[in-house]
Design a binder for this molecule. Sequence first.
Ligand SMILES: O=C(O)CCC(=O)C(=O)O
Length: 279
Amino acid sequence: MSTETLETAEARAVEITGTDRFLFDLQGFLLLKSVLSPGECRALLDTVQALERRTYDEAERLKRTWNGHAPQPTLALSTGRTRLNGLLRLDPRFDELIDHPKVLPFLQAFMQEPQLVNTWSISKREGDPGGNWHRGRDPSHYTFRNGRINSRMLNVVWFLTDNGPEDGCMLALPGGHKSNIDIDHKAYDSAEMPGSVRVTGRAGDVFLFSETVLHNGLKKTTGGTRTNLYYNYTTRDFNVMTYSPQHNYHFCMPPRIRARFTPQRRALTGWMEHFLAED
Ligand SMILES: O=C(O)CCC(=O)C(=O)O
């Protein structure tokens, strides 16, 4: 594993430009180029791959459904796809992305008092059939008031490998955070929908989007594996614990995990302070 850390990135903190604000407000998303170095991607990828090879004994926890909804396992396997949930519980290496200096200024500019909620990875191989069109929140959760953008839920997608147009890249509907008219987007599952774009980029790029934007992942038709990490933040006034209670185990990290965080990372996960179950 590479010994390179993200500390060197501190010196490269960014300013949000008028163009960034214009484009984020217009589209509901931005693609940030070359946020992670090749060494940083490799180290994170090695960690993900080691975790994907492990087994997780959690049969008891998985019995705890809510309103008929099953909790997500830590390791979820489906055709052509491996997903890990609750990354921060699995390895401290992932802590570094909570407040990355090239991304945190965007969170602070585009949402009020960001709090980290959910973290997961998705590795896709040829045969992954693609996903469903969805959004974490409806467009009423994206506002522009008194000169401030406020997206109540925002997702930061870290590309650890290239996301080419046939690699099972994400799809997003530009402007979908402000759309007023619904169509039956289920009719377009596993495929592009009218107006959508393929979100392509290189390893190290970051796709930052308001969860009010309709989005999806395309099927993978190329060889190799595409791996992304997803860090989902909400504003402080958003009630995380009632959003989908069956997943709270992966949302809320216990004190023993947060004990290793820096003060800034503890602040970005402050809501977890008051949920005191150990595991
Ligand atoms: O990367 C993908 O294929 C889509 C991921 C996604 O939309 C999600 O996890 O909510």
